[in-house]
Design a protein around this ligand. Sequence first.
Ligand SMILES: NC(=O)c1ccc[n+]([C@@H]2O[C@H](COP(=O)([O-])OP(=O)(O)OC[C@H]3O[C@@H](n4cnc5c(N)ncnc54)[C@H](OP(=O)(O)O)[C@@H]3O)[C@@H](O)[C@H]2O)c1
Length: 320
Amino acid sequence: MSSKVPIFTLSNGVRMPSVGLGTWQMTGDEGKTVIRNAILAGYRHIDTATLYQNEDQIGDALAELFAEGVVKRDDLFITTKAFCHEVAPDVIEEALRNSLKRLRLDYVDLYLAHIPAATRECGSHRTDVKVEDIWKGLEKLYSLGLTKSIGVSNFNESQIERIVKIQKVPIHVSQLELHLYLPQKAHREICKKHSIIITAYATLGSPGRMSVIGADGKPLFESTKNIPNELNDKNVKALAQKYNKTPVQILLRATVDMGIVVIPKTTNPERMKENINLFDFSISKAEVNLLEAHERSKPERLFWWPNVSEHPEDPFAAER
Ligand SMILES: NC(=O)c1ccc[n+]([C@@H]2O[C@H](COP(=O)([O-])OP(=O)(O)OC[C@H]3O[C@@H](n4cnc5c(N)ncnc54)[C@H](OP(=O)(O)O)[C@@H]3O)[C@@H](O)[C@H]2O)c1
């Protein structure tokens, strides 16, 4: 089944499946079963992060699947990310080595700086660290062979241009929030110019975000609660009906057709199959354009990362 998933090639030749499994909010013991189900359903790409606190379960599941001969390490594309307190160049190598221990792997396929703003473990800002410094730290990990490719997440366009000016290793991937109502056209242009592959997060509008509780005991995403969900978009629903697919499948397939990797998260085995079985129909270019033409007049960002507002490298300072 996995052979049907188109493979994208990064600028250094590394092959990345265009559909992966997102794992934010996949926690606790269920993680092991979820990963097993995903591999059996054909997933070969898994997206995790220190922040998600599930690298241990993913590592346990993979070790079992390797031992049983279900899948080989080489068949998989594993991404993890250094969180704010791990991105500074003086701590990032230890962060990746710790992730590798938890994942029980010798290398990851992609290591991302989760966010361009460095903090201390307690959360206080490290204003001494610039995105150029973060990039130099990632380049070192790449040269050590601890990761097959490196990239950025939640970096804005000017931060990407600053890295391009000083990079010795190019940015292979940029992961960012991207969905029908946040089409990220400027970001797509800049990534095309610099041969950077984009991974979209929250392609389904991240409905599970509403259950996240912040440090103050209140829902962390309260301010985005009334943003309409793309799964109810009338054009998406019309195409779903036309092709006898679900709105989820239309949104995911349209995004992959734009050359963008998707990593929908689900712990539900049936949805897992639905989210990867996207390649037995096709949407015409005109239909993709029609979907895009109906973007809302104002971009609808769901993830604002309030913990880094006021940081000199806050990627969303201009939009807040
Ligand atoms: N780099 C970053 O800063 C960043 C930020 C956010 C996310 N991410 C990554 O991107 C991944 C995806 O983003 P996301 O998890 O926020 O949002 P998403 O993939 O847009 O949405 C996931 C939610 O949709 C539900 N869902 C999944 N498949 C479905 C289906 N077929 N039908 C109906 N509902 C479905 C899931 O619930 P169930 O599990 O109950 O099915 C879950 O609540 C994350 O898991 C994470 O790996 C990265």
